[in-house]
Design a protein around this ligand. Structure first.
Ligand code: NAP
Length: 546
C-alpha cells in the first residue's frame, strides 16, 4: 500500500482556504460523500486524521479483524464499474482486503487529491454572518466551508480502561484500534489481553496459536456465534457479480440491511424439537442469521430470549472441555442478541488449549497495570505484550472530541451532555449546515447500506438548497422534538435497551457515560428510509432555510 504524503491544502498567512464543503473523515462514509459532492460540483475537502483512507478499516489492524457482514453485501453499490471490477476473496473479508478495497475505490475515482491526511480536526465554529464553518486542525491550520459533513464513524473514539497504572507497562502495549502498522511478531511471546467483546474475540482466536502464552482478562463474557466463513470460488464470484442488484434489493427490504430477515414465527409457537432443529441450522450457517434471522420475538420476548440463550449456552458447554471455564464464558448479565453479536471462528476452542488462561476479573479483580504486567488481587501476570481490546465511546464520543460550536458559541458537546437531539440523526437544531453520517438516531445495521442512503439524502438536500439559492439550513425545533420522540418510542420493548453496551451509550471508562441513552433509530431501516424520503418529497418542511 502506498503511504500518503502529508500535503496541506491550507494556505498559511493569507487566511483560511475556502471550500463549499468540508468532510471530516475518509472512511466508508467520507469517501462516498466526497464522490457525491464532487458530482454536484462542490469544491470539497476531506480532513482525515489517519495517513490514508479507510476509517475503521485503517485503524483496526489487529490480528483477525474482518467483516461480520457478507462482503458482497457490504461494498458500495453506487458504481457498476466497481461492482464488476472488484473481487472479494472471502464471504467475510479480512481487514487488509477491506482496506485494499477502500483504496481501490478512492483511487479509481481520484478522490485522494481532495483529501488531506494526518489532519485531525480540533474545532469547528459556525459564523452567523457568513453562514460558514471554520474548521481548525490540531496543527492550527484552518479552512472555511458553507457545509460541514461529519463522517466520523460511530466507533472511532477508542477508550483505554480506567485501571490504575495504564501506561506504566514496560513492553509494547496498545489498544486494538491503534494496532501498529509495522509487522509485529507475537511468536513465542507472553501476551495479555483485556476485554472480551467482538474485537477481542477476533484477536484471541487468531493469536492463540501463535503466542507462547495468552491470558484473557474477562469482566463480562459476550454471546458469540460461528461466522462460518469460506473463500469465494470462481463460480460463486460469477454468481455474485450477476446478482448484485438482487442482493442490494434484498438489503433494502430488511430492517437491518443485512440479507437476513427475521423468521415470521414466534418462538413458543414452534414445538421444541423443531425449534432446536431451526437453531442448529442457523448455528451452522454463515453470518448474522442466528441473530437477525431468528424467530421474530427473540429480542422482545424474555421467555423466547431465555430459550435461545439456553441453546447458545449448551453450544458453549459442548465446545469448551472444562465445565468451569465453559460456565465462565456463558453470559449471565444479558440474554442472547441483546448486545451486538460477535461472530467467531474457533473462539471457544481456544480455551481448550494449554497455552490459554481465562481470568475472570470478578473473582480476582485487576488492581493495577505494572511495568511487568497486570496485578490482580491474587497474583501478578507477567507479559511481553499487553493488548487493550476495551472498546469505544460509541456514537457521540467522536463528536465530543471535537469542539463544535454553533451560532452564539453554542457547544454541541454541552447540548448532548445528557442526550443527543437530532432530526433523522442527520442534522441538529442550532448547528446550521452541519450534516452527520451515522450520527446518533440513524438506522444502523449493515453500515455501508445505511451510509449510502444517508449520503444520498444529504446530498439531495444540499442540491435543493443550491438550486434555490439558500445558504443556510437547520431543522425546526418541533421537528427535532418529534424525531427524538419517535426514536425513543421505537426502542420501547426491545430487550437490548435494558442492557449496558456501547449501543445503549454506556462506557464505564468515560466520565458521564454510565447512564443508558438511545443512540440509534431502532424502528428499522425500511421505516427510516420511508420517513426520510417523505421529508424530501414534502419539500423539507421540517427545516428552516435562509
Ligand atoms: P466492546 O464490545 O465494547 O468490548 C469491550 C470489552 O472491553 C468488553 O469486554 C468490556 O467488558 C471490556 N472492558 C472495557 N473496559 C474494561 C475495564 N476497565 N476492565 C476490564 N474490561 C474492560 O468493544 P469491541 O469489542 O471493540 O466492539 C465494539 C463494536 O465494534 C462491536 O460491537 C461491533 O459493532 C464493532 N466491531 C465490529 C467487528 C466486525 O464487523 N467484524 C469487529 C469488531 C468490532 P464489559 O463488557 O464488562 O464492559
Amino acid at each position: 500500500m502506498v503511504v500518503q504524503e502529508t500535503k496541506s491544502f491550507l494556505a498559511t498567512g493569507t487566511g483560511p482556504a475556502t471550500y463549499d464543503a468540508i468532510v471530516i473523515g475518509a472512511g466508508v462514509s467520507g469517501i462516498y460523500q466526497l464522490y457525491r459532492l464532487r458530482e454536484l460540483g462542490l469544491r470539497t475537502l476531506v480532513f482525515e486524521a489517519g495517513s490514508d483512507v479507510g476509517g475503521t478499516w485503517y485503524w483496526n489492524r489487529y490480528p483477525g479483524a474482518r467483516f461480520d457482514s457478507e462482503s458482497w453485501s457490504y461494498g458500495y453499490s453506487f458504481s457498476e464499474d466497481v461492482l464488476r471490477e472488484w473481487e472479494w476473496p472471502e464471504h467475510f473479508a479480512a481487514q487488509p482486503d477491506t482496506l485494499r478495497y477502500l483504496n481501490f475505490v478512492a483511487e479509481k475515482f481520484d478522490l485522494k487529491r481532495d483529501m488531506q491526511f494526518n489532519a485531525r480536526v480540533a474545532s469547528a465554529r459556525f459564523d452567523d454572518g457568513s453562514d460558514c464553518w471554520t474548521i481548525t486542525l490540531e496543527s492550527g491550520e484552518r479552512a472555511t466551508a458553507s457545509f460541514l459533513v461529519t463522517a466520523l464513524g460511530p466507533l472511532s473514539a477508542h477508550t483505554m480502561p480506567n485501571i490504575p497504572g495504564v501506561g506504566s507497562f514496560d513492553g509494547p502495549a496498545f489498544h486494538t484500534a491503534r494496532w501498529p502498522r509495522e509487522p509485529l511478531s507475537l511468536e513465542g511471546k507472553r501476551v495479555g489481553i483485556i476485554g472480551t467483546g467482538a474485537t477481542a474475540i477476533q484477536t484471541i482466536q487468531t493469536i492463540a496459536k501463535e503466542v507462547c502464552h495468552l491470558t484473557v482478562f474477562q469482566r463480562n463474557p459476550n454471546w458469540a456465534a460461528p461466522l462460518n466463513n469460506s473463500r469465494i470460488s470462481p463460480e460463486e464470484q460469477t454468481r455474485i457479480k450477476a446478482s448484485y442488484s438482487q442482493i442490494f434489493e434484498r438489503c433494502r427490504e430488511t430492517a437491518t440491511c443485512f440479507i437476513h430477515d427475521p423468521d415470521p414465527r414466534k418462538t413458543l409457537d414452534v414445538p421444541p424439537d423443531k425449534r432446536e432443529a431451526f437453531w442448529e441450522k442457523l448455528y451452522s450457517e454463515p453470518g448474522f442469521g442466528i441473530w437477525v434471522g431468528n424467530f421474530k420475538d427473540i429480542l422482545i420476548n424474555e421467555e423466547a430470549n431465555a430459550l435461545v440463550s439456553a441453546f447458545m449456552a449448551k453450544k458453549i458447554r459442548q465446545r469448551v472441555k472444562d465445565p468451569g471455564v465453559a460456565d465462565k464464558l456463558i453470559p449471565k448479565n444479558h440474554g442472547f442478541g441483546t448486545r451486538r453479536l460477535p461472530l467467531e471462528s474457533g473462539y471457544y476452542e481456544v480455551y481448550n488449549r494449554d497455552n490459554v488462561l481465562l481470568v475472570d476479573i470478578n473473582e480476582t479483580p485487576i488492581n493495577r497495570i505494572e511495568s511487568r504486567g497486570v496485578r490482580c488481587s491474587d497474583q501478578l501476570h507477567e507479559f511481553d505484550i499487553l493488548i487493550y481490546a476495551t472498546g469505544f465511546d460509541g456514537v457521540t464520543g467522536p463528536y465530543d472530541r471535537i469542539d463544535i460550536r454553533g451560532p452564539e458559541d453554542r457547544s454541541l458537546k454541552e447540548d448532548w451532555k445528557k442526550l443527543p437531539r437530532t432530526f433523522l440523526g442527520m442534522l441538529v437544531e442550532g448547528f446550521p449546515n452541519m450534516f452527520m453520517i451515522l450520527g446518533p438516531h440513524t438506522a444502523r445495521g449493515n453500515i455501508p447500506r445505511n451510509i449510502e442512503e444517508i449520503v444520498d439524502w444529504q446530498t439531495q438536500l444540499i442540491k435543493h438548497m443550491r438550486e434555490r439559492g439558500f445558504s443556510r439550513v437547520e431543522p425546526r425545533a418541533e421537528a427535532v422534538d418529534r424525531w427524538v420522540d419517535a426514536v425513543n418510542k421505537a426502542c420501547e420493548g426491545l430487550l437490548f435497551s435494558q442492557i449496558d453496551s456501547w449501543q445503549t451509550g454506556i462506557n464505564k471508562n468515560v466520565e458521564g457515560r454510565q447512564v443508558r441513552r438511545v443512540l440509534g433509530y431502532y424502528g428499522g431501516a425500511v421505516k427510516y428510509r420511508n420517513i426520510s424520503q417523505k421529508v424530501a418529497a414534502g419539500g423539507y418542511r421540517e427545516f428552516l432555510f435562509g
